[in-house]
Design a protein around this ligand. Structure first.
Ligand code: ATR
Length: 279
């Protein structure tokens, strides 16, 4: 029997999720339908889409821009939330659990799993994250759970980084304990200096012409941009200084793999799936 999935977003026509999940389904020898679902940009429409989909027997839905926070609020009041979704304040994966809509967030763990696949060391790593919006919020708990050492959060607007650390420490004992043991530093992006093992760009600056005001004495062995695409200025900056770099395409595949595994119970062979998708 065909299992039905959707990805809900606005815009949605560019989404690669249907192709990615079809590759996973072929690998797992299961029959799925995975469709892009356009939704008007308001809460009532989102709720109507979600409820119609699950009442119709849908198995799982991914949620993308601009609905991740709306999905979080819906699950918080009407259903349930995983710890990662609760701490991230955002939901990217919906399913039915105990008769109610359950929200999870696989984005941050997707990033961590990609870094592990790349062979980059996380245990005890000195990590800096640039950005203090939704993307940064979602990766901090999974990185701490992966065993990183020191964490510095840099942002164009310092107060947003400080508020984020305070909110996350209040939301998660794991983050609170990390903060007490190792400290979580905050600074302006232009004042992020020194040596790191890993620097992550979690801003939305992406492929825009603007570039981050990175200090001359900021160095890192590894640099990761959560955006994907060619010629990301952030990665060029660190590659020119000899760092090993990666864009966020692997994060996209890994967050999808985690959603697929939770929905279907089938383990994805991510490296093989990535090869199929790029061939
Ligand atoms: P997302 O959900 O993608 O994280 P967001 O919540 O709007 O999006 O957060 C965007 C992040 O990118 C913020 O950290 C933002 O910095 P501010 O908090 O100072 O606004 C950062 N950002 C966006 N455009 C930027 C730019 N041109 N230069 C530096 N930082 C930028």
């Amino acid at each position: 029997m065909t299992q039905h999935f959707i990805v809900i977003g606005n815009p949605i026509s560019h989404s690669k999720s249907p192709q990615i999940h079809q590759v996973f389904a072929t690998q797992a020898h299961i029959d799925i339908s995975y469709q892009r679902q356009y939704c008007p940009d308001n809460e009532a429409s989102f709720v109507a889409v979600v409820e119609a989909f699950f009442h119709g027997g849908g198995v799982g839905a991914n949620v993308t821009v601009p609905f991740k926070q709306i999905a979080f609020a819906y699950c918080q009041t009407q259903g349930g939330l995983s710890e990662h979704a609760r701490v991230a304040g955002a939901v990217n994966t919906l399913s039915i659990k105990d008769g109610a809509v359950y929200g999870d967030n696989t984005d941050g763990q997707g990033l961590v799993n990609h870094i592990i696949h790349l062979g980059w060391p996380l245990d005890g790593a000195r990590v800096a994250i640039i950005g203090a919006g939704g993307a940064a919020r979602g990766v901090i708990l999974p990185l701490i759970q992966a065993g990183i050492g020191s964490l510095t959060l840099a942002n164009r607007t310092l107060s947003k980084a400080q508020t984020l650390v305070a909110e996350l420490s209040a939301a998660s004992q794991t983050i609170e304990q990390h903060s007490v043991k190792n400290g979580i530093a905050t600074c302006l992006t232009s004042e992020l200096t020194g040596d790191f093992d890993l620097v992550i760009n979690a801003t939305s600056i992406g492929l825009s012409e603007a570039s981050l005001p990175l200090a001359a004495d900021l160095n890192s062995h590894y640099a990761y941009d959560m955006m994907y695409g060619r010629d990301l200025p952030f990665l060029q900056h660190f590659a020119q200084r000899g760092a090993i770099v990666s864009d966020g395409y692997g994060m996209l595949i890994n967050q999808a793999a985690l959603s697929f595994e939770r929905w279907t119970g089938h383990q994805v062979e991510v490296i093989a799936a990535t090869q199929t998708l790029s061939s």
